[in-house]
Design a protein. Structure first.
Length: 173
């Protein structure tokens, strides 16, 4: 029996280029579906509800989880993020930005065929991207994220890919 959902998960640190890569991949092929996740955080400057995320209250998010409507849900940096089953398409490659806990949850789902891409960028490049993506960035939040201890990462598996500075290279073991 084949898996119900094919998911390509992009993960990496803030400002590494995950969203830029997501947009480029989704524009390049009609058989690719962009996954729009839910979050309880406030929208950033320029983000659109239903396009970048579904922005919901904590209560709405909890109800989605309790109703079994989420394929994965977790807390990250003080906010809740998750992906609803209705955000995925069968018969297509579903591409989205996920955090390590969300990827870990999907690894255990028998209906998901999962491939993971680790997006990396130098700290200086990440800082500049975060400062320049909004007219009035939350500098304290950006510094907090840069200083934060590394979260548990999902380890690369055989066949996974790493992107660094926009150049694809195989992950060496």
């Amino acid at each position: 029996m084949s898996k119900k959902y094919k998911v390509l998960a992009l993960i990496g640190k803030a400002g590494s280029g995950k969203d830029t890569l997501l947009r480029a991949v989704c524009r390049s092929n009609l058989s690719i579906h962009e996954v729009v996740s839910y979050t309880t955080r406030d929208p950033r400057e320029g983000e659109v509800n239903g396009e970048n995320y579904y922005f919901v209250s904590g209560e709405e998010f909890a109800n989605l989880v309790l109703d079994g409507a989420m394929i994965e849900a977790c807390e990250f940096n003080g906010w809740f993020y998750g992906t609803g089953y209705e955000s995925l398409r069968t018969g297509m490659i579903n591409v989205g930005v996920f955090n390590p806990a969300g990827v870990e949850a999907m690894l255990n789902d028998p209906d998901v065929e999962l491939k993971v891409v680790y997006v990396r960028a130098a700290d200086k490049e990440r800082l500049l991207r975060q400062l320049n993506r909004e007219e009035n960035p939350d500098c304290r939040e950006i510094i907090r994220l840069l200083r934060k201890r590394k979260p548990k990462q999902v380890e690369p598996t055989k066949g996974s890919r790493s992107f660094h500075g926009g150049i694809q290279k195989s992950k060496k073991k």
